[in-house]
Design a protein around this ligand. Structure first.
Ligand code: ADP
Ligand code: GLC
Length: 504
């Protein structure tokens, strides 16, 4: 497909709003698609921090609810606001960088502080179905010509928040117009956006879609399933995860659907945004460094040890975690190996937020090992760069991992990843086995079983390699030279757009 117009629909984008890797992807992939010839516009809900980072440009565009616009279906007027203001789209550009966006304003739905998905108590917002139904509805209308001056060739939605777009698009009459090609990307199959069946009338989802082969999922509606069923093509963020999710163990109840759609399911690895994550010119890590000049890394380690109140030992093998502290990330295993890690002379820095039980167990480790283990609970972008640059090893022992970005950042920063062989981790890190050391392909430490014993054996391999400085350097140099760039991913997405356009 030559120079396609792409409507890129998502719920977060770095640096305006980020809860995880999805935001990094929404920042990194669109410019790479543009560099490869696409014309990309983002569509996002107008969450407060997003609005604050966008410069408006152009007149507002009302988003008609179905009935009032004479459309064949659609969301009814918002409950309680039948006479009040209806949603509207604001065209603009992200102030830093200039990416073109549409912001979806919907009175009462998005103007709230904090996390876009969870309230202060960590529970999903009670009106989440409506929040993201409107996002899907706006995407479907833009996809079918709501703005006649910019009609996309491709609607590309990300994760369950955008799944209903594909259901609406399936139902909208196009009046003979060409339908856009549709692509749905799974970043995490475990979060599915499942809501009671009773909301479907309000969301304008007709009974014709509510069945086993549609959006129905065990008597409820599933936004994820809507994307999987109705998009022309499906992608996920690594080839291994693309295989894993067609099986029972990682399929999260949707493996059957994915097996049916196997022919249109593609795994495309995420990339690293060099503008944000490169040790040569990272404003948050000064002085910078590269594979041949590691002074800056040694200084980053000394600074990190000081900042986190660790003993200032140059030779201590410093492990780190920068992560959501959840079972997905396998971090419930970590407290069980910390004593041994410290006994062997290692240190550990943890930066993260998440499950109370994992937080408490890690804090207990820090209390047992002052000067050797430091735990910072919170979300801190600047500290995440300092931690990744200043450490020797980054731990990502995930139970499942669609792609994972921090191991890629670790590779770039010469901080060797220690990962479990799942999903994107398996696709991006090569273990320091003797044969891999021998042929120069080793880039980190990989273990298989989700067990403390296996994690510990990988930790021991890290210590063993560290005692062989020449081998450590060789692996580090190789890791830092690997490139997982967005240009390659963009090329693959363009190919998938082309395939989607030929889907009947
Ligand atoms: P996921 O999206 O599943 O959480 P990824 O590895 O794809 O995992 O992306 C996580 C992103 O969030 C990375 O950019 C990582 O640096 C960042 N991150 C995670 N936890 C924190 C934290 N506590 N503070 C700052 N950044 C964090
Ligand atoms: C999800 C996944 C993570 C992936 C990220 C970006 O949050 O958990 O593995 O890297 O999306 O695609």
């Amino acid at each position: 497909m030559n120079s396609p117009k792409v409507l890129y629909v998502c719920s977060e984008v770095y640096p305006l709003l980020k809860t995880g890797g999805l935001a990094d992807v929404s920042a990194g992939l669109p410019p790479a698609l543009a560099a490869a010839g696409a014309e990309v516009r983002l569509l996002l809900p107008a969450f407060p921090s997003v609005v604050a980072g966008v410069t408006p440009d152009g007149a507002p565009l009302p988003v008609p609810a179905g009935d009032s616009a004479g459309l064949p279906l659609g969301l009814g007027p918002r409950p309680g606001t039948a006479q009040g203001p209806q949603p509207w789209l604001q065209r603009g550009r992200i102030t830093a960088g200039g990416q073109a966006v549409w912001l979806l304003h919907a009175p009462g739905l998005y103007e709230r502080p904090g996390n876009p998905y969870l309230d202060e108590t960590g529970r999903p917002w009670p009106d989440a179905a409506e929040q993201f139904a409107w996002l899907g509805w706006a995407a479907a209308l833009l996809g079918t010509g709501l703005d006649p001056s910019w009609r996309p060739d491709v609607v590309h939605g990300h994760d369950w928040h955008t799944g209903l777009a594909f259901a609406y698009l399936r139902q909208l009459g196009l009046g003979g117009a060409k339908k856009p090609a549709t692509v749905f990307t799974i970043h995490n199959l475990a979060y599915q956006g499942v809501f009671p069946a009773s909301v479907r009338e309000r969301l304008g989802l007709p009974d014709a879609l509510f069945h086993l082969h549609g959006i129905e999922y065990h008597g409820q509606i599933s936004c994820m399933k809507a994307g999987l069923k109705y998009a022309d093509a499906i992608t996920t963020v690594s080839p291994t995860y693309a295989r894993e999710i067609t099986g029972h163990e990682q399929g999260c109840g949707l493996d059957g659907v994915l097996r049916q759609r196997h022919a249109v399911l593609h795994g495309i690895l995420n990339g690293v945004d060099d503008a944000v994550w490169s040790p040569e010119n990272d404003p948050l890590v000064q002085p910078g460094y590269d594979a041949e000049h590691l002074d800056g890394k040694a200084q980053a380690k000394a600074r990190l040890q000081k900042q986190m109140k660790l003993k200032p030992l140059k030779s201590a093998l410093l492990f780190c975690v920068v992560s959501r502290l959840t079972e997905q990330k396998g971090l419930h295993l970590l407290p069980g190996v910390v004593d041994e890690l410290v006994r062997r002379g290692g240190q550990l820095v943890v930066l993260g937020t998440g499950d109370a039980s994992i937080v408490a167990a890690l804090q207990a480790c820090a209390a047992r090992h002052p000067g050797q283990v430091a735990v910072h609970i919170g979300y801190d972008e600047a500290l995440s760069h300092a931690v990744i640059a200043g450490s020797d090893v980054i731990l990502v022992p995930s139970r499942f991992e669609p792609c994972g970005l921090t191991q890629l950042y670790g590779l770039r920063y010469g901080t060797l990843p220690l990962v479990r062989a799942v999903g994107g981790l398996a696709d991006t890190v090569t273990d320091c086995s003797l044969e891999n050391l021998d042929d120069g392909s080793a880039s980190g430490f990989v273990f298989r079983d989700l067990s403390e014993a296996d994690l510990l054996s990988a930790v021991r391999r890290a210590f063993a390699l560290h005692r062989r400085p020449a081998d450590w350097r060789a692996v580090q140099r190789h890791a830092m030279g690997l490139r997982f760039d967005w240009a390659r991913a963009a090329h693959d997405y363009l190919r998938v757009y082309g395939l989607a356009a030929t889907h009947p």
